[in-house]
Design a protein around this ligand. Structure first.
Ligand SMILES: [Zn+2]
Length: 352
């Protein structure tokens, strides 16, 4: 049995700390938790929130393998832009959900031919970190603590990359699904990046900030809408919106890729002839969507539009030899797209 003691002052913080421990019991492999609460008069022993979480992680037996994988999975430079991907962990999605609406045998055949093992799909989550001209920019924010217990590991990855959450100057969003947006809030529902400005496409903002969306979206997505709205409310004062084609930051242009969500945006980083597309979920997987770009996948909100967008992007990426970061692609998600016999193939670059 591992015993973890914390000195905590204030009942509200204690309550939240206990909730936090309970929530992460699986991740940190606690067999038992003992809380020893002492209020040491005259001594400033109160931990602030961040220190408390850091203490928790340091004391617990966090899985070292996933921490080692958390950072450095892929990196590249583009002129004076330094880009790397950080792992937020991975998701676990049943095939029937991810490929809802498709013929299961046809899906299985593609997955088998591309070497995907039977059973659920485990898409990695690759958050892009850009360092450029004094800015520290994240593209999407990961899942945060409340989505799936194999995800929400961005803080560990940032730590391993030597980036404190306070240093993040901008968070640019592709869209408002949980695994991209929910990580903006920490274990205590406070903004994880206290000094960051948020940037989001106008249409994406308008859709998810609309309080009617939770009742007009399909029932299985209603909780996503409620979760998105709650976070957008917290972010509103520090959020600016942009349109398709706009240069959202120097060297970073917004590229509309609607369909997966109503206002989904990808981002093109360019230095002379070299360019990179941060694709988000416009191209959501490297197997079925590369074999059959126009097939709707279960997580696409407007399947027909998403399919057309995907086909257009893959064609552009292959012809222009742009690099691509896929949010849910393997090996850190950085690579290139090759056209092969009427379909496409993802070629990971391993940070070359
Ligand atoms: Zn996603």
């Amino acid at each position: 049995m591992r015993r973890v003691f914390f000195v905590v002052k204030g009942t509200d913080l204690l309550r939240r700390a206990v909730l936090n421990l309970a929530k992460h019991r699986d991740l940190y492999k606690f067999t038992s938790v003992n809380m020893d609460v002492r209020d040491l008069e005259g001594k400033d022993m109160t931990l602030n929130r961040r220190e408390f979480v850091a203490g928790l992680v340091a004391s617990a037996s966090a899985p070292t393998a996933s921490l080692a994988k958390a950072v450095g999975s892929g990196q590249l430079t583009l002129g004076d832009m330094q880009v790397m991907t950080l792992s937020d962990g991975h998701l676990t999605l049943p095939r029937a959900m991810l490929f809802a609406g498709l013929e299961p045998d046809a899906v299985d055949q593609i997955l088998q031919s591309r070497g995907v093992p039977d059973g659920p799909i485990h898409p990695p989550i690759n958050v892009t970190l850009l360092r450029h001209a004094g800015r520290v920019v994240l593209f999407d924010a990961g899942s945060g603590p409340g989505f799936q217990n194999t995800a929400g590991q961005l803080t560990s990855a940032l730590d391993a990359a030597g980036v404190a959450p306070e240093e993040v100057s901008h968070v640019v969003f592709t869209h408002c699904h949980p695994d991209h947006l929910w990580g903006v809030l920490d274990d205590f529902d406070d903004p994880l990046f206290p000094n960051a400005e948020y940037l989001m496409g106008e249409a994406e903002w308008a859709y998810w900030f609309d309080p009617n969306t939770a009742s007009t979206i399909s029932g299985d997505r209603a909780s996503m809408a409620v979760g998105a709205r709650r976070r957008l409310e917290v972010m509103e004062e520090r959020l600016s919106r942009f349109k398709d084609g706009q240069e959202v930051l120097p060297g970073v242009a917004a590229h509309a890729s609607y369909g997966h969500t109503p206002g989904h945006m990808s981002f093109e980083l360019r230095d002379g002839q070299k360019s990179l597309l941060i694709g988000g979920d416009a191209i959501g997987n490297h197997h079925v969507s590369f074999a059959k770009p126009e097939w709707s996948i279960g997580t696409d909100q407007d399947g027909e539009l998403a399919g057309k967008t995907r086909a257009r992007l893959l064609d552009m990426l292959a012809h222009e030899q742009m690099q691509l970061i896929g949010y849910h692609f393997p090996d850190g998600g950085i690579g290139r797209v090759e056209a092969v016999q009427g379909a496409y193939r993802f070629v990971p670059s391993y940070g070359e």
